[in-house]
Design a binder for this molecule. Structure first.
Ligand code: NAI
Length: 226
Protein backbone atom coordinates (compact mmCIF):
# COMPACT_ATOMS: atom_id res chain seq x y z
CA UNK A 1 0.00 0.00 0.00
CA UNK A 2 1.26 3.49 -0.85
CA UNK A 3 0.14 5.92 1.80
CA UNK A 4 1.36 9.05 0.04
CA UNK A 5 -1.00 10.75 -2.37
CA UNK A 6 0.52 10.49 -5.82
CA UNK A 7 -0.11 13.35 -8.24
CA UNK A 8 -2.26 12.60 -11.26
CA UNK A 9 0.62 13.78 -13.51
CA UNK A 10 2.80 10.94 -12.16
CA UNK A 11 -0.02 8.41 -12.48
CA UNK A 12 -0.46 9.52 -16.10
CA UNK A 13 3.20 8.80 -16.84
CA UNK A 14 3.25 5.34 -15.25
CA UNK A 15 1.57 3.43 -18.12
CA UNK A 16 4.26 4.80 -20.43
CA UNK A 17 7.04 3.57 -18.10
CA UNK A 18 5.26 0.25 -17.94
CA UNK A 19 5.09 -0.02 -21.74
CA UNK A 20 8.78 0.84 -22.22
CA UNK A 21 9.87 -1.56 -19.50
CA UNK A 22 7.72 -4.29 -21.09
CA UNK A 23 9.54 -3.72 -24.39
CA UNK A 24 12.93 -3.89 -22.63
CA UNK A 25 11.91 -7.15 -20.98
CA UNK A 26 10.88 -8.60 -24.34
CA UNK A 27 14.38 -7.71 -25.56
CA UNK A 28 15.96 -9.48 -22.56
CA UNK A 29 17.32 -6.28 -21.01
CA UNK A 30 18.01 -7.03 -17.34
CA UNK A 31 18.89 -3.62 -16.00
CA UNK A 32 18.83 0.00 -17.09
CA UNK A 33 20.10 3.30 -15.70
CA UNK A 34 17.77 6.27 -15.34
CA UNK A 35 19.95 8.01 -17.96
CA UNK A 36 19.43 5.23 -20.53
CA UNK A 37 15.72 5.05 -19.74
CA UNK A 38 15.49 8.82 -20.05
CA UNK A 39 17.14 8.75 -23.50
CA UNK A 40 14.76 6.05 -24.66
CA UNK A 41 11.66 7.76 -23.31
CA UNK A 42 12.72 11.37 -23.88
CA UNK A 43 11.96 12.29 -20.29
CA UNK A 44 14.73 13.78 -18.12
CA UNK A 45 16.60 11.35 -15.86
CA UNK A 46 15.72 13.50 -12.87
CA UNK A 47 12.02 13.30 -13.78
CA UNK A 48 12.27 9.51 -13.84
CA UNK A 49 14.05 9.43 -10.47
CA UNK A 50 11.50 11.83 -8.98
CA UNK A 51 8.55 9.86 -10.34
CA UNK A 52 9.83 6.54 -9.09
CA UNK A 53 10.85 7.98 -5.71
CA UNK A 54 7.14 8.46 -5.08
CA UNK A 55 6.95 4.71 -4.74
CA UNK A 56 10.14 4.10 -2.83
CA UNK A 57 12.67 4.43 -5.64
CA UNK A 58 13.29 0.86 -6.84
CA UNK A 59 16.75 1.90 -8.12
CA UNK A 60 20.19 1.23 -6.69
CA UNK A 61 23.11 3.67 -6.82
CA UNK A 62 25.57 2.50 -9.49
CA UNK A 63 23.32 -0.31 -10.68
CA UNK A 64 20.28 1.47 -12.06
CA UNK A 65 16.95 -0.29 -12.22
CA UNK A 66 16.23 -3.97 -12.42
CA UNK A 67 13.86 -4.00 -15.40
CA UNK A 68 11.75 -6.99 -14.39
CA UNK A 69 11.37 -5.79 -10.80
CA UNK A 70 10.46 -2.26 -11.86
CA UNK A 71 7.99 -3.58 -14.46
CA UNK A 72 6.32 -5.81 -11.87
CA UNK A 73 6.17 -3.08 -9.23
CA UNK A 74 4.72 -0.48 -11.60
CA UNK A 75 2.21 -3.10 -12.74
CA UNK A 76 1.19 -3.59 -9.09
CA UNK A 77 0.86 0.18 -8.57
CA UNK A 78 -1.38 0.35 -11.63
CA UNK A 79 -3.43 -2.55 -10.29
CA UNK A 80 -2.40 -4.76 -13.22
CA UNK A 81 -1.66 -7.71 -10.97
CA UNK A 82 -5.44 -8.08 -10.74
CA UNK A 83 -7.96 -9.21 -13.32
CA UNK A 84 -10.89 -7.02 -14.34
CA UNK A 85 -14.11 -8.04 -16.03
CA UNK A 86 -15.34 -5.52 -18.57
CA UNK A 87 -18.58 -5.14 -20.47
CA UNK A 88 -19.09 -2.98 -23.54
CA UNK A 89 -22.35 -1.07 -23.86
CA UNK A 90 -23.09 -0.27 -27.49
CA UNK A 91 -21.97 -2.72 -30.19
CA UNK A 92 -21.66 -0.18 -33.00
CA UNK A 93 -18.48 0.89 -34.79
CA UNK A 94 -16.48 1.81 -31.71
CA UNK A 95 -17.84 -0.91 -29.42
CA UNK A 96 -16.97 -3.57 -31.99
CA UNK A 97 -13.51 -2.09 -32.55
CA UNK A 98 -12.80 -2.26 -28.81
CA UNK A 99 -14.10 -5.82 -28.62
CA UNK A 100 -11.85 -6.82 -31.51
CA UNK A 101 -8.69 -5.57 -29.82
CA UNK A 102 -6.78 -8.48 -28.34
CA UNK A 103 -4.22 -6.72 -26.18
CA UNK A 104 -6.50 -5.79 -23.27
CA UNK A 105 -6.47 -9.38 -22.03
CA UNK A 106 -2.69 -9.41 -21.88
CA UNK A 107 -3.01 -6.58 -19.31
CA UNK A 108 -5.66 -8.37 -17.28
CA UNK A 109 -8.80 -6.76 -18.76
CA UNK A 110 -11.32 -9.39 -19.87
CA UNK A 111 -14.27 -8.45 -22.07
CA UNK A 112 -17.07 -10.61 -20.74
CA UNK A 113 -20.09 -9.23 -22.52
CA UNK A 114 -21.25 -6.78 -25.19
CA UNK A 115 -24.70 -5.21 -25.00
CA UNK A 116 -26.91 -3.34 -27.43
CA UNK A 117 -30.54 -2.37 -28.03
CA UNK A 118 -30.50 -3.31 -31.70
CA UNK A 119 -32.14 -6.75 -32.11
CA UNK A 120 -30.27 -7.28 -35.39
CA UNK A 121 -26.97 -7.42 -33.55
CA UNK A 122 -28.10 -9.82 -30.86
CA UNK A 123 -26.58 -13.28 -31.01
CA UNK A 124 -23.58 -12.15 -33.10
CA UNK A 125 -20.20 -12.81 -31.51
CA UNK A 126 -16.98 -10.83 -31.50
CA UNK A 127 -13.91 -12.92 -30.69
CA UNK A 128 -16.16 -15.43 -28.96
CA UNK A 129 -18.04 -12.84 -26.90
CA UNK A 130 -21.78 -12.76 -27.61
CA UNK A 131 -23.69 -9.53 -28.18
CA UNK A 132 -26.67 -9.51 -25.81
CA UNK A 133 -29.76 -7.43 -25.35
CA UNK A 134 -29.54 -4.70 -22.69
CA UNK A 135 -32.47 -6.33 -20.86
CA UNK A 136 -29.96 -8.90 -19.58
CA UNK A 137 -27.59 -6.27 -18.17
CA UNK A 138 -28.63 -6.22 -14.51
CA UNK A 139 -28.47 -9.98 -14.10
CA UNK A 140 -25.26 -10.26 -16.12
CA UNK A 141 -23.44 -7.63 -14.04
CA UNK A 142 -24.49 -9.27 -10.79
CA UNK A 143 -23.56 -12.80 -11.91
CA UNK A 144 -20.24 -12.00 -13.59
CA UNK A 145 -18.48 -9.74 -11.14
CA UNK A 146 -18.25 -6.92 -13.68
CA UNK A 147 -16.16 -3.99 -12.45
CA UNK A 148 -15.75 -1.85 -15.57
CA UNK A 149 -18.20 -0.82 -18.29
CA UNK A 150 -17.04 0.75 -21.56
CA UNK A 151 -19.66 3.19 -22.81
CA UNK A 152 -19.93 3.44 -26.61
CA UNK A 153 -23.54 4.49 -27.14
CA UNK A 154 -25.13 7.71 -28.43
CA UNK A 155 -24.68 10.79 -26.28
CA UNK A 156 -28.37 11.25 -25.43
CA UNK A 157 -28.60 7.83 -23.79
CA UNK A 158 -25.32 7.87 -21.90
CA UNK A 159 -26.19 9.53 -18.53
CA UNK A 160 -29.23 7.34 -17.94
CA UNK A 161 -27.46 4.12 -18.95
CA UNK A 162 -24.40 4.98 -16.82
CA UNK A 163 -26.63 5.57 -13.78
CA UNK A 164 -28.27 2.15 -14.28
CA UNK A 165 -24.89 0.44 -14.62
CA UNK A 166 -23.72 1.95 -11.36
CA UNK A 167 -26.95 0.99 -9.60
CA UNK A 168 -26.38 -2.61 -10.71
CA UNK A 169 -22.84 -2.72 -9.34
CA UNK A 170 -20.39 -1.38 -11.95
CA UNK A 171 -17.59 0.54 -10.19
CA UNK A 172 -15.83 2.20 -13.09
CA UNK A 173 -16.86 3.66 -16.42
CA UNK A 174 -14.56 3.83 -19.40
CA UNK A 175 -16.41 6.63 -21.12
CA UNK A 176 -16.00 7.18 -24.84
CA UNK A 177 -19.17 9.26 -25.14
CA UNK A 178 -18.48 12.99 -25.46
CA UNK A 179 -20.57 13.98 -22.46
CA UNK A 180 -20.16 14.38 -18.70
CA UNK A 181 -21.83 11.64 -16.74
CA UNK A 182 -22.18 13.19 -13.25
CA UNK A 183 -21.93 9.96 -11.28
CA UNK A 184 -21.34 9.55 -7.53
CA UNK A 185 -17.79 10.39 -6.39
CA UNK A 186 -16.87 6.81 -5.57
CA UNK A 187 -17.41 5.77 -9.20
CA UNK A 188 -14.25 5.99 -11.27
CA UNK A 189 -14.71 7.56 -14.69
CA UNK A 190 -11.99 7.63 -17.31
CA UNK A 191 -12.95 9.75 -20.30
CA UNK A 192 -11.35 8.88 -23.62
CA UNK A 193 -11.96 11.50 -26.26
CA UNK A 194 -10.04 11.15 -29.51
CA UNK A 195 -11.27 14.52 -30.77
CA UNK A 196 -9.77 16.29 -27.77
CA UNK A 197 -6.51 14.54 -28.49
CA UNK A 198 -6.71 15.75 -32.10
CA UNK A 199 -7.38 19.29 -30.88
CA UNK A 200 -4.16 19.15 -28.82
CA UNK A 201 -2.34 17.96 -31.91
CA UNK A 202 -3.85 20.82 -33.90
CA UNK A 203 -2.77 23.30 -31.20
CA UNK A 204 0.80 21.98 -31.30
CA UNK A 205 0.93 22.14 -35.10
CA UNK A 206 -0.37 25.71 -35.05
CA UNK A 207 2.10 26.75 -32.33
CA UNK A 208 4.97 25.23 -34.34
CA UNK A 209 3.88 27.00 -37.54
CA UNK A 210 3.61 30.31 -35.67
CA UNK A 211 7.05 29.89 -34.09
CA UNK A 212 8.59 29.11 -37.48
CA UNK A 213 6.85 32.08 -39.13
CA UNK A 214 8.16 34.34 -36.34
CA UNK A 215 11.71 33.02 -36.86
CA UNK A 216 11.50 33.60 -40.59
CA UNK A 217 10.22 37.16 -40.08
CA UNK A 218 13.08 37.88 -37.66
CA UNK A 219 15.63 36.51 -40.15
CA UNK A 220 14.21 38.74 -42.91
CA UNK A 221 14.34 41.77 -40.57
CA UNK A 222 17.96 41.01 -39.65
CA UNK A 223 18.94 40.56 -43.30
CA UNK A 224 17.35 43.84 -44.34
CA UNK A 225 18.90 45.53 -41.28
CA UNK A 226 15.57 46.94 -40.06
P1 NAI B 1 -22.69 3.60 -33.64
O1 NAI B 1 -23.96 4.26 -34.03
O2 NAI B 1 -21.94 2.82 -34.66
O3 NAI B 1 -22.96 2.64 -32.37
C1 NAI B 1 -23.77 2.95 -31.30
C2 NAI B 1 -24.44 1.66 -30.82
O4 NAI B 1 -25.09 1.92 -29.59
C3 NAI B 1 -25.50 1.14 -31.80
O5 NAI B 1 -25.26 -0.21 -32.12
C4 NAI B 1 -26.82 1.33 -31.05
O6 NAI B 1 -27.78 0.34 -31.37
C5 NAI B 1 -26.33 1.20 -29.60
N1 NAI B 1 -27.21 1.77 -28.59
C6 NAI B 1 -28.02 2.85 -28.68
N2 NAI B 1 -28.65 3.08 -27.51
C7 NAI B 1 -28.22 2.10 -26.66
C8 NAI B 1 -28.51 1.78 -25.31
N3 NAI B 1 -29.35 2.51 -24.57
N4 NAI B 1 -27.90 0.71 -24.75
C9 NAI B 1 -27.04 -0.06 -25.48
N5 NAI B 1 -26.74 0.20 -26.76
C10 NAI B 1 -27.32 1.27 -27.34
O7 NAI B 1 -21.78 4.75 -33.04
P2 NAI B 1 -20.19 4.75 -32.81
O8 NAI B 1 -19.53 5.38 -33.96
O9 NAI B 1 -19.76 3.39 -32.38
O10 NAI B 1 -20.08 5.78 -31.58
C11 NAI B 1 -20.59 5.42 -30.31
C12 NAI B 1 -20.33 6.52 -29.31
O11 NAI B 1 -18.94 6.71 -29.15
C13 NAI B 1 -20.90 7.89 -29.72
O12 NAI B 1 -21.36 8.54 -28.57
C14 NAI B 1 -19.71 8.60 -30.31
O13 NAI B 1 -19.82 10.00 -30.18
C15 NAI B 1 -18.61 8.06 -29.42
N6 NAI B 1 -17.28 8.07 -30.06
C16 NAI B 1 -16.27 8.50 -29.28
C17 NAI B 1 -15.00 8.51 -29.73
C18 NAI B 1 -13.93 8.96 -28.79
O14 NAI B 1 -12.88 9.34 -29.20
N7 NAI B 1 -14.18 8.92 -27.53
C19 NAI B 1 -14.66 8.12 -31.10
C20 NAI B 1 -15.80 7.62 -31.83
C21 NAI B 1 -17.07 7.63 -31.31
Amino acid sequence: MYEKTISSAVIKRLPRYYRYLGELLENDVVRISSKELSEKMQVTASQIRQDLNNFGGFGQQGYGYNVEYLYTEIGKILGLDQKYNIIIIGAGNLGQALANYTDFERRGFYIKGIFDVNPRLIGMSIRGVEIRLVDELERFIKENNVQIAALTIPKTKAPEVAADLVRWGVRAIWNFVPTDLNLPNDIMVENVHLTESLMRLSYNLKAKDEAEAKKRAEAVREESGV
